[in-house]
Design a protein around this ligand. Structure first.
Ligand code: NAI
Ligand code: CS2
Length: 493
């Protein structure tokens, strides 16, 4: 079977949209060449340049993988081209995207990556490196200088391996040469993500060179964003299905839902593509959009991931097919709703209803296990912030506490049939030791996990309005299982 490539675009079937032209030059370097970037920011960029009538404008993307060569290898072999497959019950839409002009792997292309980051034409450095990629303390958002990925870079910045290290080193190179800054655009599911990355970069720079930190503070922009599109990890079956549909091999295909949203703080120091033409919302304050999305969508996603996995459901759409789980999700969102500053443009009732429908998309096999990953890095912005605000206001946290208890039940590492759970999380070693030490004692397990200050901070573990319901739910999860416990929770007022 022939391989997708520039020379084969005309051979694609008529139903597959292809880029009429591609950006000639690179204007964006993206760190974290994963599925979401290629299903979200790249499509927005393709559409923006096309709709502006400038498909070759110098906003080509150089995608950089910091950890593995796989994505680079697949994309280089296809001239950076790949199929985006939007799936929903009523059908499938396919298109080939063209804005990704380069794919690099830091491991064996360090010179090229540094050159791209330092190039005066690079106006934006964007990131999707996952919540765990920044070397910060999830509970406080502050730099963890002892973080295994940051400590070596703090000691020696000649060959940075961390995203923050790469950004600081490249900004220093720019300061000492052409003096042109770029905009740092975080597209990860983190609260106030621009301000968070700004704080990490400035702290890192200050530890190296106060003059550099002052230059960054003065010249570099770190706008916040809210990003939304459900993009499951691509499976071999997705590749085979797409190959059959397009009549050629595409090793880098990405699958997603039709829905997409991008809300961006309009603060750029060196220009940007006209993403608003593609439907991105350029705003002054992203926070209301981001809090709503992180607490309603992602909070529900994590609750479904842990409770759904424990109840034996491999995919989110299977969980969303269970009336008791949907009732619980609606109640969880209702519990979170009072903490939100709903943007004037948003109908919250419709937004919540749409989330239930999106989760129920049977054409999108999003694994509960994938969403369950890295919970120690996700719980603070998805559940714990909501809990703090409800407690401060004297409001209940019943449903939210069940979601936290479900995470604890999950990271205990044994499923409801006694089989081991392969817990993927930066704190997996700590979880395993805690689970081993407190096996059979739910409240001791709760207390030990609550002792993880990087996740829970100091306040929540001391508040019985939180710890008590978590303990009660955790005991019930061990005793009666997730499905039964969700049904009991739904009986609560
Ligand atoms: P992915 O697994 O396809 O890609 C993750 C990327 O991050 C890879 O390039 C990987 O090498 C890199 N990475 C992982 N750990 C890292 C570390 N410690 N340091 C540096 N790079 C690291 O995942 P995907 O789907 O692209 O998601 C990435 C992020 O995008 C998510 O964590 C989330 O913050 C955001 N996102 C994802 C959505 C989705 O539905 N997949 C939707 C909305 C946001
Ligand atoms: C998911 C998110 O994997 C996860 O943690 O909750 O990636 C989710 O798919 C996106 O935020 C949807 O926009």
């Amino acid at each position: 079977m022939i391989r997708l490539a520039e020379t084969e675009l005309d051979a694609l079937p008529p139903g597959v949209a292809v880029p009429a032209a591609r950006p000639a030059a690179i204007g964006i370097v993206h760190l974290g060449l994963g599925a979401f970037h290629r299903a979200h920011q790249v499509e927005f960029t393709d559409d923006a340049l096309r709709l502006a009538g400038t498909p070759t404008a110098p906003w080509g993307i150089c995608g950089v993988s910091l950890r593995t060569a796989g994505a680079r290898d697949k994309l280089v072999a296809q001239d950076g081209l790949y199929t985006l497959v939007r799936r929903e019950a009523r059908g499938v839409e396919r298109r080939v995207l063209g804005s990704l002009r380069e794919a690099r792997f830091l491991g064996d292309e360090r010179h090229e990556v540094h050159a791209r980051l330092a190039a005066p034409e690079t106006a934006i450095v964007s990131l999707t490196i996952t919540e765990k990629g920044y070397g910060h303390d999830p509970a406080t958002g502050r730099l963890d200088p002892a973080h295994p990925e940051l400590a070596p870079d703090l000691a020696d910045l000649e060959r940075p391996r961390s995203a923050v290290g790469l950004i600081v080193a490249s900004l220093d190179a720019r300061r000492l040469s052409h003096g042109r800054p770029y905009t740092v655009l975080c597209c990860d599911n983190l609260p106030h993500n621009g301000a968070l990355v700004r704080g990490l970069v400035l702290d890192f720079a200050q530890r190296r060179d106060a003059a550099l930190a002052a230059w960054i503070e003065r010249h570099v922009a770190f706008p916040s964003t809210m990003v939304d599109r459900i993009v499951p990890a691509t499976t071999p079956a997705d590749v085979e299905e797409n190959d059959r549909a397009i009549g050629m091999h595409d090793a880098a295909v990405v699958v997603c839902e039709p829905f997409r949203q991008w809300v961006i703080e309009d603060a750029f120091v060196a220009g940007r593509p006209p993403w608003e033409l593609a439907g991105a919302e350029m705003v002054g304050d992203v926070a209301p959009f981001e809090t709503m999305k992180l607490r309603l969508l992602n909070g529900s996603h994590s609750a479904f991931a842990y409770l759904g996995f424990l109840a034996g459901h491999e995919f989110v759409y299977q969980v969303a097919a269970q009336p008791e789980f949907v009732a619980y999700m609606r109640a969880l969102m209702a519990e979170a709703a009072p903490t939100l500053r709903v943007p004037a443009s948003v109908d919250l009732v419709a937004y919540r209803a749409a989330l239930v429908e999106r989760f129920g998309n049977p054409a999108l096999p999003h694994r509960t296990k994938q969403i369950a990953m890295d919970g120690s890095q996700k719980l603070p912005q998805r559940l714990l912030g909501t809990i703090r605000e409800n407690l401060a206001a004297g409001r209940p946290v019943t449903r939210l506490a069940l979601a936290v208890a479900a995470w604890m039940r999950y990271v205990a590492g044994v499923d409801e049939h006694g089989a081991p759970i392969d817990v993927a999380d930066p704190l997996k070693t700590e979880f395993a030791a805690i689970a081993q030490r407190h096996r059979g004692d739910a409240r001791a397990l709760r207390d030990a996990l609550l002792g993880l200050r990087a996740v829970f901070g100091d306040d929540l573990p001391r508040d019985p309005r939180f710890t008590e319901p978590v303990g009660t739910w955790l005991e019930q999860l061990f005793r009666d299982g997730a499905a039964r416990t969700v049904a009991v929770c739904n009986q609560r007022k």
